[in-house]
Design a protein around this ligand. Structure first.
Ligand code: ZN
Ligand code: ZN
Length: 151
């Protein structure tokens, strides 16, 4: 009888131990997930704050954090050029005023109404005249050399 009870006791103790462990594991996973989620939200909030500060206190940002501000400025510039290039490769163009992507032959921005007739190709793309082969001035609509219209 004693032995039976002891065995029962130790069994239930083992069972308890197991249950305890299992809830530790799920607790661990829960906290780990919570931390990850909080880290993600913190990152997001810091990013939002950084964007707000950079946009509203641009001059101050430049003075206080010249290196970071310069990095951001360069990335913005590179991004803009790459977006223009991508649009050009797709036969489209980017409105210099509002950044909307427009069909290549559009004369006025459909988004802000700006005259985009002269926005022909992004400045970075070196283009050559199809008639005479002369290198074209970026943004020009006619060849400087032979006067051919640039498509
Ligand atoms: Zn526009
Ligand atoms: Zn030409």
């Amino acid at each position: 009888m004693d032995i039976f009870n002891k065995a029962k006791e130790s069994l239930s103790a083992a069972g308890k131990g197991f249950t305890q462990k299992a809830s530790d594991v799920s607790g661990l996973a829960k906290v780990t997930m919570k931390i990850k989620e909080e880290e993600k939200q913190l990152d997001q909030s810091l990013k939002e704050l950084g964007t707000l500060l950079f946009n509203q206190y641009n001059e101050e940002s430049k003075q206080l954090f010249p290196q970071q501000s310069e990095n951001i400025r360069q990335l913005y510039a590179a991004l803009q050029q790459d977006r223009e290039e991508l649009a050009y490769l797709k036969g489209k163009k980017i409105c210099p005023n509002c950044g909307a992507e427009l069909d290549g032959d559009v004369q006025r921005c459909t988004s802000c109404g700006m005259n985009v007739e002269n926005v022909v190709r992004p400045s970075r793309i070196q283009a050559y005249c199809q008639s005479c082969g002369a290198q074209l001035t970026p943004g020009s609509r006619f060849c400087n050399n032979c006067g051919a219209k640039i498509e």
